[in-house]
Design a protein around this ligand. Structure first.
Ligand code: SF4
Length: 431
């Protein structure tokens, strides 16, 4: 959206170098795209912070009534933490307003590429704008409305052709729309701490639905197609399976099916070593985030990968949840979230219901995060133990169960790893 007279004012302010005139209000209608040069580092950090903010907006929007005190307090604290403008009258707010402006346009570019993404982005931005508008005093609201002129011009997607030809930006933008802002689970704290014998029971207690589904399909069919092997193999690596364990695990299962030991050693073993960085370009591959699973490579017939909240037929999802003893009222809540396309929130609800906690206490972004947090809950906050039997069956909430986001390292710049992953897929093409 662009609004013509404000546009002219902005141009004038920019020409005159007047910082205050550039952003006279804490609130913006994002009338004109930024034209200044910024570094790729700043570009990415702005985008990642806004993505974090919009995830919080989404999360709060389904957890609390919009406009309730809790909603407002939590949103304000996130705005403050991420250094976005949060007080209507804050002085010297130039940096925060500039960040608000630029980050909005970066995500607009990243999220205008498909209908699904567009809808998600618009919903969160609308909620954010509504909150911030309602926080203005009456007179500021009036001034703001006077400042903007509502003569309407066309949308961001038209800028895409020129952006798409920029080879530095396009990979970043593509990556952002699938982006994940959390720890890098290729660094395994728990390497070697689980035994193969534990996997069956862990899959029931602590795997998210996507991985539980893959594990069951593998046990039932003694085989997974390449999309499933990629998604599940990297997840297992992330929860701590060593290379030797992974080779043993996959081999034992596959030779129970149609693959003989020789074929396994010649084909599949190579690809497993490759995913551990022991072959080819020796890249240590990163387990997939929820966004990557939800947004790319949808499963087709005979596949078990993907996110069940995104890719399963709702009736099948309902049956599976019933089978897993999720209470009916919980199933209804989950299906409502799925209907609203809040797939990760549906998964959070599944976590709460299967761990008997009222509030998950973190924002779910990654299947390995789900596993780690589940282990914390089940063990009362202790590190993963070799013998889970010793951890007791306490379902009580861990007091260390806090958002992993607060200490996370953004990994959205990992475009090289993504390219490598595409390369790795080639090694997994055998069905
Ligand atoms: Fe797996 Fe994430 Fe989907 Fe949960 S939301 S099932 S962790 S992909």
């Amino acid at each position: 959206m662009e609004f013509s007279s404000s546009r002219a004012r902005l141009k004038q302010a920019r020409l005159a170098g007047d910082r205050r005139e550039l952003y006279p209000h804490s609130l913006q209608f994002y009338l004109e795209p930024p034209t200044e040069n910024i570094s790729l580092v700043e570009f990415e950090s702005f985008a990642v912070d806004r993505l974090r903010l919009l995830k919080v907006v989404e999360n709060l929007g389904v957890s609390y009534a919009r406009g309730s005190e809790q909603y407002k307090t939590k949103l304000q604290s996130e705005l403050r933490k991420l250094k976005f403008p949060y007080k209507a009258l804050a002085e010297d707010d130039y940096d925060a307003r500039r960040k608000d402006h630029i980050s909005h346009f970066i995500l607009r570019l990243a999220y205008c590429q498909s209908e699904d993404l567009r809808r998600w982005f618009l919903q969160q931005e609308m909620d954010l704008l509504r909150y911030r508008f309602n926080e203005l005093t009456d007179s500021l609201r009036q001034k703001f409305l006077e400042y903007v002129n509502l003569s309407f011009e066309a949308l961001t997607a038209r800028s895409l052709p020129s952006i798409q030809s920029d080879e530095r930006l396009q990979p970043l933008l593509n990556h952002l729309s699938h982006s994940y802002v959390g720890p890098d689970y290729s660094v395994q704290k728990n390497t070697g701490k689980i035994s193969l014998e534990q996997i069956d029971s862990l899959s029931v207690k602590s795997f998210p639905l996507c991985m539980r589904q893959l594990h069951k399909a593998l046990r039932d069919n003694h085989h997974l197609r390449h999309g499933g092997r990629m998604q599940y193999g990297l997840f297992l690596k992330g929860i701590g399976l060593t290379l030797e364990q992974a080779l043993e695990f996959w081999k034992k299962e596959f030779i129970r099916g149609k693959v003989d030991a020789d074929k396994f050693d010649k084909g599949y073993a190579y690809s497993i070593r490759h995913s551990y960085g022991k072959e080819g370009r020796r890249t240590d591959y990163t387990p997939y985030s929820c966004m990557k699973i939800i947004m790319s490579n949808p499963p087709s017939q005979g596949d078990y990968h993907g996110c069940p909240f995104r890719h399963s037929d709702p009736e099948l999802l309902k049956q599976r949840l019933q089978l897993y003893k999720v209470p009916l009222s919980g199933i209804t809540q989950i299906l409502e979230l799925v209907k609203g396309m809040h797939y990760q929130l549906a998964c959070q609800k599944y976590f709460e219901l299967t761990h008997d906690v009222d509030d998950i206490g973190f924002s779910l972004n990654h299947p390995n995060q789900y596993f780690t947090e589940s282990q914390k809950v089940l063990s009362g906050g202790r590190e993963l133990k070799k013998e889970l039997g010793n951890s007791g069956n306490s379902q009580q909430r861990s007091n260390t169960q806090e958002s992993m986001n607060s200490s996370c390292t953004p990994t959205s710049s990992n475009t090289t790893a993504d390219a490598e992953l595409e390369g790795l897929a080639a090694y997994f093409t055998e069905d």
